[in-house]
Design a protein around this ligand. Sequence first.
Ligand code: FE2
Length: 457
Amino acid sequence: MPATQIDVAIPHQLMDELAAARLRTDELFAIVKSDSLYDRPIAERHRIVFYIGHLEAFDWNLLHDRVLSLKSFHPQFDRLFAFGIDPVGGGLPNDQPSDWPSITAVREYVAAVRNTLDEKLADALFEPNPPSSDGFPLTALLNVAIEHRLMHAETLAYMLHQMPLDRKIVYNEPLELSASPVIHRAIEIPSGTVTQGLTRASGHFGWDNEFESHRISVPAFSIDQYKVTNRQYLEFMEAGGYQTREFWTNGDDEDNDPNRDSDWRWRSERGVSHPAFWKHDQDQWLYRTMFADVALPLDWPVYVSQAEAKAYARWAGKSLPTEAEWQRAAYGTPDGEEREYPWGSESPGGNRDLGNFDFTRWSPVPVNAFPEGQSAFGVHGMLGNGWEWTSTQFAPFPGFEPFPFYRGYSADFFDGKHLVMKGGSARTAVCMLRRTFRNWFQPHYQYIYTGFRCVSR
Ligand SMILES: [Fe+2]
């Protein structure tokens, strides 16, 4: 074998991670029956075919001329597949399947991008001084490409989840419906400080919104030991939760908040009367997993929009935690130290007993299924088994600077209309379980693997 081929074959960790991430997304698209690839399972999102092209166009647009000195071979697709969409409050897309290129042309583009990038990356990564752009080394840009793809591996799962079962190639997933009985209680968290964000000097990879590091004080509060379950949420529904306007009203009576009635308006205009993953059938509630409809698993966490989570919290006489409170409950300790993960310093990659994450399952498990993953304060299930809503608007940390190569990644969402989520779901990759990772969505989006727990102050 010639020397250059031996070099190319050396397993470089980032190239392995990129290959593994591609496998994840390839596996997802393979779930969709071939006659359904131009479907739009969620009205606010593009058709599936867009995402097949998008993952490659993103990598190509990020890397080809910035660090690899490659010329574009299909500028039309580079632009067509460049950006996803997230319309807030109307403005749904109305394109037709015939507006998109053939699946054959898209798959040829995907293959050509991968081959061209891989050939060049293998050389560039082994140069004595690998290329960089705007002060960012090639390795940081590759992390951006890998994590972008893995984030889509999760958001695409949300999308495919909404497809009718007859549009998918169904996998017979074993479900874990119950563990030991769930006994709910609130855990007292004393006042203390939390560290948010990363320092640039650390050299650790993080997205732009994770910088800069700072500490904030958090007054004492109490927090639910477990996420709110389907059983608890059913009680809220049976108590008329969806029909009681006061649970859906933001702010005080005298408050002039323009968003005061936005949740109630959304609930009323959209006719929302139950979580999006639930389905009523012949006097019983069913739960729509990725591959089957099953009797509602009562001990699984409920997945709802932030508006629904807030309505439940008001009904219960409680609140949603702030981002800082959530972090304090997850990473704080009685002696004032902060942990890297809720359970300690062990990487979640090597121990499947710490939580429901990293693609091991498709579905949730009971909220008390992973006692080994509890935090120092005894709060369970903070990483995995569903993201958790906070009441904190997504906003920059002090010292925020957008990535010059992806200026809109976070900044486009600092609009007061998106809320921070922390934690992770069964479909969150292990690299994004780091303490500083922040996720965000608008408060009326129901299709995500996101639940909540309540606090009292
Ligand atoms: Fe994207």
